[in-house]
Design a protein. Structure first.
Lengths: 341, 341
DNA sequence: TTGAAAGCGCTAACAC
DNA sequence: GTGTTAGCGCTTTCAA
């Protein structure tokens, strides 16, 4: 079984208290005693029981991350990169990371948040993929439970977040297309409830408006953020609006699906039609043609989110920090001047 | 603060024990008492303190997953899909998933395993990306700590695993290329210490041998499993061995990099040269040309691995289960008969 | 410098 | 049916 302090104490004929203090490095333990304890602990293969310690200390040194996953073929490079960032940062502060997975907006998801906020087995939570009206955030605010979200919401709540400035990003990208000569630009928007999509769409609308270009409602279709979704939305767009010369997709995955769809129909992307995405996933540079997109440093965002949360947990902020990052425009081959017709 | 059973007990003027039993659904509690307890618990917003329960029960209902991550731009669709599978399965058994991240073969990684095996805060571990000589597995076997790995090793240890039959898979794929008429086939092999790579290479060698085809040592180059790595290895291959008509990459990411490299040099993939991968990541169908590959149902593997671990933890096996899955050959456009020259 | 005792929140054997 | 008691492994007053 597991070696405990009690075992060490018994073996040495001293009290548990002394063992505990020796191990913890308190100064009021005789040097010789300390050595004997350390030595014996080593020999017996002692290792502290974290649960017990945490129960006593009333802090878990664990942060929680509830992944919104759409089963079953769920595969989004965002998450591995984000988790790597969060996990590495957490580890460097000696925090554990507790991950659970739940379908977004499901009952089980809310239960998980409830449990997390009240179950006392995580000190704080990280939220991603915020929604316009985000129940999760409302819940945590109400409980005053520490959390940091990657993404904002449309509600007037004051909480800690780090977010991309998607509006500015898409404006940059849209302007790039306009500068190339495009006038009729389609937009595959993220699902309505996804807050990031809101900003991205807004950036598109503003850029068009600022250039006095009209946007027909049919130019905007919704996509579900997967390649498949991008492919389907592109099909709708091309069916209804063949006059479009460029398409911006709400993320790279959809952009890749959209390119695929265009290519199926014999269009040459980067010539007959321009396509752009958002995220700069590693594959964006490797698809054919390589994808023009907006770069988000997901790994760094993961780290930053985690660091902010740990600082928050430890009361190192007087006010919830809020960070906005401007994505970087990466121009590749999928965007070019419109075919002169 | 946190509402405890004690609070409920005090409020109702009954003992903590009764509260505990009412909540746990024991039958020896008066129906009326039970109702009052449940009701009050509800009103006061009680929620069990999991750490305390776990400490008492001496089981954590948590499984651990130590992700081998190569920082900093770590992005591998494998992990998000795998975690989703593990996480969903874990959740359905009411297990939590504790994730930590460490660079493979690092000291910190081994410390993490040590802590996990002895720290008593996870009931079992999941291992992925096994190595030929895998210290992690040796350690856990030695401690008799429950774990299931996705992947085998080259050592004679008896432990629970689920693995792809990479050898059979690659044989299928190699035979496909040979049947198309290819004779000079290159192989971008995974790093030497990666056990899966071992089997994949072996499948290639065997298929070639069975068809009495020679394999020149220069046809085999190592790649680091990223697109970049695939690109670089392909460059080496094409520089040294321009006569090659087909290349198999150790995974899809490298295959995509390899295609990119070939295309940069003006070769048409799926015509001038064939390229194939392994994994069938979702993007494989969306790159240009679409990638011939071997499908591994990662999500399902994640679920299965997790389920096996939970069964193992609960002593539902007399012998460590070992499962081998044959990947499915998915033929797409990146492979075709060699250009007749 | 060390030890006894209490307690973190919960469960479970045993008595009433 | 319900309460008393002990204990999971650890930390931390407080006294000695």
């Amino acid at each position: 079984m597991h070696v405990t302090q009690k075992d060490i104490a018994r073996k040495l004929g001293i009290s548990i208290t002394t063992v505990s203090r020796a191990l913890a490095g308190y100064s009021d333990v005789a040097e010789e005693t300390r050595q004997r304890v350390l030595q014996t602990a080593q020999e017996m293969g002692y290792s502290p029981h974290l649960l017990a310690r945490r129960l006593q200390k009333q802090r878990t040194d664990t942060i929680g991350f509830i992944m919104p996953t759409l089963a079953p073929r769920f595969s989004d490079p965002f998450f591995s990169e984000f988790i790597a960032g969060v996990g590495n940062e957490a580890a460097s502060h000696e925090y554990d990371l507790l991950v659970s997975t739940h379908p977004p907006e499901s009952e089980s998801e809310m239960k998980a948040y409830e449990r997390a906020a009240k179950g006392g087995w995580v000190d704080g939570l990280i939220i991603v993929r915020t929604r316009e009206k985000d129940e999760r955030i409302r819940l945590l605010c109400q409980y005053k439970f520490p959390f940091v979200s990657f993404g904002r919401t449309n509600e007037s709540l004051d909480f800690a977040y780090v977010d991309e400035d998607g509006e500015t990003g898409i404006k940059l990208l849209t302007q790039h297309l306009i500068d190339l000569g495009h006038r009729r630009i389609g937009f595959i928007r993220p699902p309505k409830d996804m807050m990031a999509g809101h900003f991205r769409l807004q950036g598109f609308m503003k850029a068009m408006a600022e250039n006095d270009l009209p946007v027909r409602p049919e130019w905007i279709v919704e996509g579900d953020m997967t390649q498949r979704g991008g492919e389907q939305s592109m099909a709708v767009l091309l069916d209804v609006q063949p006059g479009i010369t460029a398409v911006i997709a709400g993320n790279d995955l959809m952009a890749i699906g959209a390119m695929h769809c265009a290519q199926q129909r014999g269009l040459e992307v980067g010539k007959d039609i321009s396509v752009a995405g958002f995220d700069d996933i590693p594959l964006a540079a490797y698809v054919k043609p390589s994808l023009t997109t907006l770069r988000q440093p997901i790994y760094e965002i993961g780290r930053m989110t985690c660091r902010m949360l740990i600082d928050l947990i430890n009361g190192r902020f007087s006010h919830p920090p809020q960070v906005l990052l401007v994505p970087q425009l990466i121009i590749r081959s999928s965007t070019a001047p419109p075919a002169s017709d």
